[in-house]
Design a binder for this molecule. Structure first.
Ligand code: ADP
Ligand code: 5GP
Length: 202
């Protein structure tokens, strides 16, 4: 989709950090710990989606859960920095400008946990961003994780594995690749990347 970059002249003090990786690789798990260890300067952008909530997921914490109509209305109104239909099954996901712009102006580092299509759109709109691709140790391990989460039907698992294969082929478009073999190692590697890029604690 076409983007609406922050207008020229508007000060941008913070940084965008794009994190992608196949569904089930452990992005949410790892990012939750990165947020714990990086302090107040880093926050996670909560995406909007039209997929239904999973058991335990909360509105405004995990996602903003929108109807198809509301998502389309906001898309037309230009409220998304990027959005994409991720698994080709009519479920849309998108990053709201309202999640990003105020935090960037505030000097925060904002993590976008988004798919490879969305990441490419953000890359086109922003020059200065950090891109990290989280990889599984192997596709077999990815499948084990997707199954262990117990949130997807067999059909959805197969769809996610097929999307994963094409996403993995695009991993070298990212500045950094991190293998999530163990959670502490992946968290440590990402925190080190952010620090090397200039993140300091408040
Ligand atoms: P994503 O956000 O990428 O879809 P999740 O964070 O939901 O993935 O993780 C998928 C499943 O894998 C969860 O059950 C999670 O507890 C588990 N998991 C995440 N990282 C690891 C790891 N390094 N080793 C083993 N299991 C993991
Ligand atoms: P899930 O349905 O497992 O929560 O998320 C599926 C995938 O949607 C994630 O692996 C992530 O890459 C992608 N995703 C989540 N939020 C966004 C978003 O705001 N924009 C885009 N483009 N993709 C997203």
């Amino acid at each position: 989709m076409s983007n609406d970059p922050i207008p020229t002249g508007e000060p941008v003090a913070g940084k965008l950090v794009v994190i992608s990786g196949p569904s089930g690789v452990g992005k949410s798990t790892v990012v939750a710990e990165v947020l714990q260890c990086c302090g107040d300067r880093v926050r996670l952008s909560i995406s909007a989606t039209t997929r239904p909530p999973r058991a335990g997921e909360q509105e405004g914490t995990d996602y903003y859960f929108l109807s198809d109509e509301e998502f389309a209305r906001r898309r037309t109104a230009g409220e998304f920095l990027e959005c994409a239909e991720v698994f080709g099954r009519g479920h849309w996901y998108g990053t709201l400008w309202s999640e990003v712009r105020p935090s960037l102006k505030d000097g925060k580092w904002v993590i976008l946990e988004i798919d490879v299509k969305g990441a490419a759109d953000v890359q086109d709109a922003f020059g200065n961003l950090i891109t990290i691709f989280i990889r599984p140790g192997s596709l077999e391990e990815l499948e084990r994780r997707l199954r262990s989460r117990g949130t997807e039907t067999e059909e959805a698992i197969q769809r996610r594995l097929s999307v994963a294969r094409s996403e993995l082929q695009l991993a070298d478009r990212y500045k950094y690749q991190v293998v999530n073999d163990t959670i502490p190692r992946a968290v440590d590697e990402i925190c080190t990347i952010l620090q090397n890029q200039g993140l300091s604690h408040d």
